[in-house]
Structure formats: structure tokens, C-alpha cells
Design a protein around this ligand. Sequence first.
Ligand code: AGP
Length: 611
Amino acid sequence: MCGIVGYIGSREAYPIIITGLKRQEYRGYDSTGVALINHGLKVFKKKGKVAELEESLLGKNLSASIGIGHTRWATHGEPSDRNAHPHQSASGKLAMIHNGIIENYNQLKQELLNKGYKFNSDTDTEVLLNFIEEIQKNNQCGLEEALRIALKRVTGAYVILLLDEDNPDTIIAARKGSPLVIGIGKDEHFLGSDATPMLEYTKEVVYVNDYEIAIVKADELILKNLGNERQTPYITKLDMELAAIEKSGYEHFMLKEIFEQPGTIYDCLRGRLDATAGTITMSGVQNNIETLKNADRIIIVACGTSWHAGLIAEYIIEELCRIPVEVEYASEFRYRNPIIKKGDVIIAISQSGETADTLVAIEKAKEQGAIIFGIVNVVGSSIARASHAGAYTHAGPEIGVASTKAFTAQLAVLTMIALKVAKEKGSISPERYAKLLFELEDIPEKAEALLKNVEELKIIAEKYKGSADALYLGRGYNFPVALEGALKLKEVSYIHAEGYPAAEMKHGPIALVDEKLPVIFIATKDDYHSKIVSNVQEIKARKGKVIAIISDGDETITAMADDVFTVPPADEIVAPMLSVIPLQLLSYYIGVAKGCDVDKPRNLAKSVTVE
Ligand code: AGP
């Protein structure tokens, strides 16, 4: 899940590439590098973040109108200068950057070793590059032809960008599995893993499809398939502004995105939900309403935070629509040989729309006749394009690696889908339906209200920042919220944390409880409240430190807990969109207090484009 950037045109390529890499850095930040052609090929690369490379290149002649750049999330070969991209071929004439994994690289490497090749790095990328050059030499053919031949021998996922010293007016790119966007300018082209490197230059982009090769010149873009047949580039107009990918005065993207939630949830509901009229307008759902409401079962596939959203959707859909739901880790579902019947409905949830595990899982299900309904945040992304129908979450670009606003937007979309299907099915009373529409409509305002009291969370964070472990507990709809809270803390503070159904605690985890263990309860008012009160007592009986997220006016738990944070009362079905926000903030403040890079946590990347 690396970030790639390319530019060819009349402007200086280096500043465009470096700025683009900084915007792509949420995709990986183990090492970075650029290659430029100006009277020969120049490659600069080093371990560490883009700013460190930039620093190291001050004063160098970096003038060029063609270049490529890469920021890495290590798969093959540890983070180091020699494993950083771009890699150069044995002849030194070709430079290549790559996002993805070449699964059969060992076999290709052996073939090249037998031919006397030496390798400077441990990467699959350098192997593929030399494999391409070897074909070029053997077949006496051009780079494009050699690439086409090579890719027919490759298994795995890739976006590659190639520079050729002998063809300084062309960038050659290819895609399979990993994302590639090409921005169309006047006599210039921009390339990126997403549109962020090109936003201020053009709003016209082409999303390159799997098995396509792009031959990019300043004034020409040619797309071909591996059969060497020309493909028509399909131009999409971007609806994203530069401001959306800047921090707007916040210290971190994560904090900005947490505070954006009243607006992003509102944007997600806007034009879809009208509680006064009692309507939910979602064309993707309406066009497939018969399939959805008559589904024998619904299978939700996702990863990480999106999987937690899927768990909450299981509760909502089963309660409102009375349709059985199974929630699957996409990576397990993909290889478990699941029983899929023709017409089964698969809901794929993904913020980035590029998560390889989820993408390959839905491709597998599609092969067996399932209907794929995608819930995605990034417009034009692979999962969106691979789905039969779907709904965008409209949360705007999410840059912080720890997903926050995308999660609450996913919950808003899933709740609207469940309500719409339940109404069509008649599995919900008109009174409950009407009440829930107003409950949903009130969420943005309630989120706004709770974000006014964050100072309390800073104090709680300061108190527990030194903890080695933490336990998150919730019941019913709040159980998946507990899982999400634990994931956020792990991701941005590196504190070991586990989420559990509160009742399950007695069957083991309670052994962990002592005066040093913070136990975070998501205990907003719902049908389980009296039960969760007993669970709090069980923890207090063992001197555990209780931090409780409670509904305004909950005196019972306030009296028992060490620390509380109140959220406005809401129906249990929509309450997770509120109760998760203090958990996002708690992990953020603890991460910052510990000096962690909360936007780019170690070992993580925003979209996991390799299996
Ligand atoms: C969440 O904070 C993480 N970034 C990660 O678990 C993420 O949710 C997961 O990789 C799924 O990503 P997606 O929603 O883009 O598919």
C-alpha cells in the first residue's frame, strides 16, 4: 500500500512529485524516492519520510519536466535505503516504482540469477524490473512490448510506473489490483494512487482498469490492454476541493476528521433522509429493493473499522428487516470457500474502496452469482466499480490512517438502508420507522453538542496515557463500538487493548482486571442498561479503573465509575454514531500525549492494497 506519483509536461516535475508524495504519505511512510530524467536518469531515494528526502536533496539540480515518485509501505525487504523505490535496472537505463506484491517474484528471480543477474535490494519490484529489461534485450523489442510480455508471466497485484532514459518523453504505467488515477491537463499528465497529487491542477481524471497499460506523454494518453488493443479512456470529473485534504488549522488530520463528523454525517444524510416527509431516497437501494428485501440472508464483508460497522449493521438489519446477516472478515471469507448461492446479497464496506482483501472477496462472490452492494467512501475506487450497486458515504477524503468520520458515515448509510428495506418489507411499525428517521436526523446536532466537552477527555487521557493495556466493554449495539474503541487505541497509541461483549468478561478477561487496568464501558442507555450496571460493579469489585461513556443524566453509573463522559441520549440503533466519538478522541489524546504520530502510526497504512 505504497503511494505513487508521476508527472510529465512543461512544469518542473520535482515539486509536483514531492507535494504529491506528502499527500500520499498516509499510504505508507517506510521510505521514499524520486526519479527524474534530465540529460539522463537521476534516482534519489532514502529510508524515512518524504520531508527527510526533501531535506537531503536541498541544493541539488532537480530540474526536469518528467518524473516519478514513491512512498513505501514495506512488504518485501525491510525499510532501508537500498529497498526504497525507485529501483534501477541492471543497465541503469530504466527506473521503476511499484505498489503491490509480485507473488511469483522468487521464481522470476531464480530465472534471472541463473542468467547472472545481481540484485541491490530484497524487493520483488527490482526483480520485475530486470525481468522486463531481460525480455527487452532477448526479444529486441520496445519497453511497452517487453512490459506486456512480462506482465503475462506475473501473478499478484501491481501499479508500476516506468521511466526509460532512452525515451525521456514517456511514462509507461500498468495496473492490476492496486489503484491508478491519471489526471488530464493541457499538454501535461499527472499520475497517482489517488487524485490528491493532482487536485490543484486538474479535475479531469481517468481511473485505469485492471490489466491496462498506459503510455503517457505530455500531450497524449494511450490506454491498452495486455492484448495490445487500444482502450478508450473514460474521463471522470472530480468533485473534491484542495481544502478537503488539508488540515485547516487542526494539529492532525485525525483530530480534524473527528471534528468534521457533525458535517460529514449531515452530508451523508443530505438529499437522502427526509424525516418530516418520512422518506429515504437512495437510488442504489431503490433500484435493487426487490433483491434486498427478498434476500434469504445478507453477508457483510469488510476489514478493520469497516468490519466493526458491519457488525453494528448486523444488529440493525436483523432487528428492523428480519433478514439473517453474517459478518465476515473479508480475508477469511475469501479463502474459506464459503457457501454462496446465486442471488445472495453481499454488502461490501470499505472507506478506501481499495482494500485488497475485500476486493478479492467480492470478486470471488461475484463469480458465484452473488449481488454485490458496495458501501464506499472514495468515489471511483475499485470496490465501487466492482459492485453491482451501492451507496457512497460522502465523508470526504479521510487522510488520518485511523478511520473516524468514515465509520460514522458508514453507520448512517447502513441505518438508512435498513430502514428503507424494513419499510418496503413492512417489518417495522410506522411509528418506529418515523421515530428512527427523526433520531437519525438529530445525530449531527447531537455530535456537535458532545464535541463541545472534549476538555474532559484530555484530562482522562492524561490520567491513563501510561497504561500498558486497556479493556473496552459494551453490550448489544455497543459491543462493536467497544471493538472499534479498542482498535483506535491500539492504532494510534500502541497500547494493547481488547474489546469484549461486557457479559463475556466473566468467561476469562476479568482475570486481567486490577487497579492498573483501565476498563472503558460504552454504557449509553438501552435495553441492556441494568445488565451493564452489574458488569461495572464486577469490575469495581476487583479494583479496576472504570471509564464510562454514558447518556446525559445517568446518575447510577456516574456514582460508580472513576471517570465518565456523557453523550446526548439517543435510540440504541443510532447511539453508536455518538458513543464512538469520545472513544476516537480518547485514543487521539492518549496517542498525542505519548508523542505518537497519530496520523501515520507505525507499521500501518490507510488502504491495504495487498492481501
Ligand atoms: C482503521 O482505522 C484502519 N485504518 C483499518 O482497520 C481500516 O479500517 C481497514 O484497513 C479497512 O479499510 P477500508 O475501510 O478502506 O476497506
